[in-house]
Ligand binder design. Structure first.
Ligand SMILES: Cc1cc2nc3c(=O)[nH]c(=O)nc-3n(C[C@H](O)[C@H](O)[C@H](O)COP(=O)(O)OP(=O)(O)OC[C@H]3O[C@@H](n4cnc5c(N)ncnc54)[C@H](O)[C@@H]3O)c2cc1C
Length: 420
């Protein structure tokens, strides 16, 4: 595609910002339109798997990410009694050429935003621009924005290519799927927080404990705290309820109270970590329902396409939400570089990304790699003396390997991929 192609990205979240950086590296000058009037450091912890870190490394970001986050060295699964079911090395320790990075989502977002403004110019991100509608009539797509804080004020822009990176409540997606309705809730609620704590396990470990109906996920997100002998610890407590009950619309900024879930975890005091104490030491707690959407049969309509959560909102299982948005960005820009028409490029992008991400959405509904905890709960709810009697190592290894292949980060094929 010629460099002069006018590209509008709707949404300056993780996917939109990485797409802008990749487009800029290929010579394009996209403009980002972001609904939020101000972009603060929102969210809690997020994980970047080696295949996504590979993309970010090629964009020259690895050093900044490692400075702000931490290179995760291992992933462990435990039962609800704190007994170990599975351990696997992660990132460099697992032989990948790129680390797995755990990081505060707000810090990641802040780094990407700063890089976009430095490289593309301070006016590359138009904040307070909430997309209301789009019109595909004519050669160029017309985008209609409400300016935040001034409901009467409207801004219209035209573009040759529109990338809908506007997240789980995507207006771009709703334009093509007007009857889709709200995201689908599976009955689970997540409570999330970050607090300072002592190091646990290796100090760079991510662990999950429990089973499908009650789970605790925990990992450090700061290398600086680790180097000083402590931990800035991100945690997620999960409980399952009746999915037929109404739930409150998902919002990453809804505050909550530990009394709503902590009683269910009161006995989760393991000899290697006291979970109730960790929750009590957390200054702010947020609540989020576990939601996704049914995969759609088409992402691209003329010169408009979807990317990241707008295309494939998935349960936050297997550390894939941000990573898959980053892989989308790379695939889309590679396709634009390789083709002379927008139609051909979007077809190639969609062929590469739509089905594989739909498979991850479906696998995450079946608990993804975390299903091993549920298997152990069903077979040994009271705990075990000998794990081999409950589940074999072969079975554990097969489940872990299958998910890595599905999500595109099995070590051999990833390390073989040439960098551009
Ligand atoms: C504030 C916030 C906090 C989050 N915190 C976490 C977290 O702690 N842990 C975690 O795992 N995931 C978190 N997520 C989700 C995570 O960022 C995404 O699942 C993943 O990174 C995929 O990125 P994305 O760019 O597709 O979507 P997002 O990162 O959700 O970005 C979408 C962007 O589009 C903007 N937008 C939405 N509608 C419009 C519109 N009509 N017009 C213009 N712009 C629009 C949104 O404001 C947002 O900036 C958070 C998302 C947000 C928005």
């Amino acid at each position: 595609m010629p460099d002069s192609t006018e590209i509008a990205i709707v949404g300056a979240g993780i996917g939109g910002l990485v797409t802008a950086l990749a487009l800029h590296k290929s010579g394009y000058t996209p403009v980002l339109h972001e609904s939020a009037a101000q972009l603060g450091e929102l969210g809690v912890g997020i994980n970047l798997l080696p295949h996504a870190v590979r993309v970010l490394t090629n964009l020259g970001l690895q050093d900044r990410l490692l400075e702000a986050g931490i290179a995760t060295s291992e992933l462990l699964y435990f039962n609800k009694h704190g007994q170990k079911i599975w351990r696997e090395p992660r990132g460099l320790e697992a032989g990948y050429d790129w680390p797995q990075i755990s990081i505060h989502r707000g810090k990641l977002h802040g780094i990407l935003l700063d890089e976009v403004r430095q490289r593309l110019g301070s006016d590359a991100v138009l904040t307070g621009h909430h997309l209301r509608s789009l019109d595909l009539e004519g050669a160029r797509t017309s985008l209609d924005f409400t300016i935040r804080g001034d409901a009467e004020k409207v801004s219209v822009c035209k573009a040759d290519l529109v990338i809908g990176a506007d997240g789980i409540h995507s207006t771009v997606r709703a334009h093509f799927y007007p009857d889709e309705g709200p995201p689908i809730w599976n009955g689970a609620i997540l409570w999330r927080g970050i607090c300072q704590s002592e190091c646990f396990l290796s100090g760079r470990s991510m662990f999950m404990a429990g089973h499908a109906n009650q789970k605790f996920v925990c990992y450090p997100v700061s290398g600086e705290h680790f180097r000083q002998g402590g931990s800035l610890t991100n945690w997620v407590a999960e409980l399952r309820f009746d999915p037929d009950k109404p739930f409150r619309r998902e919002d990453w900024n809804r505050k909550s109270d530990p009394s709503t879930f902590l009683p269910d975890f009161r006995n989760w005091i393991f000899d290697w970590l006291d979970i109730p104490a960790l929750v009590k030491a957390t200054p702010e707690i947020w609540e989020y329902p576990m939601v996704d959407r049914e995969p759609v049969p088409q992402w691209s309509f003329g010169p408009v396409t979807l990317l990241g959560d707008a295309g494939h909102p998935m349960y936050p299982i297997g550390s894939n939400g941000a990573s898959q948005a980053i892989l989308d960005a790379e695939a889309l820009v590679n396709a634009l570089d390789a083709h002379n028409s927008i139609d051909d490029a979007l077809r190639a992008y969609e062929t590469e990304r739509r089905e594989p991400t739909a498979a991850i959405v479906r696998s995450n509904r079946g608990q993804g790699p975390e299903q091993v905890m549920q298997l152990v709960e069903e077979r040994a709810p009271g705990g075990f003396d000998d794990l081999d009697q409950v589940i074999s190592n072969d079975e554990l290894e097969a489940i872990a390997a299958r998910y890595k292949r599905l999500a595109g980060f099995d070590r051999e094929s990833l390390n073989r991929r040439a960098s551009p």
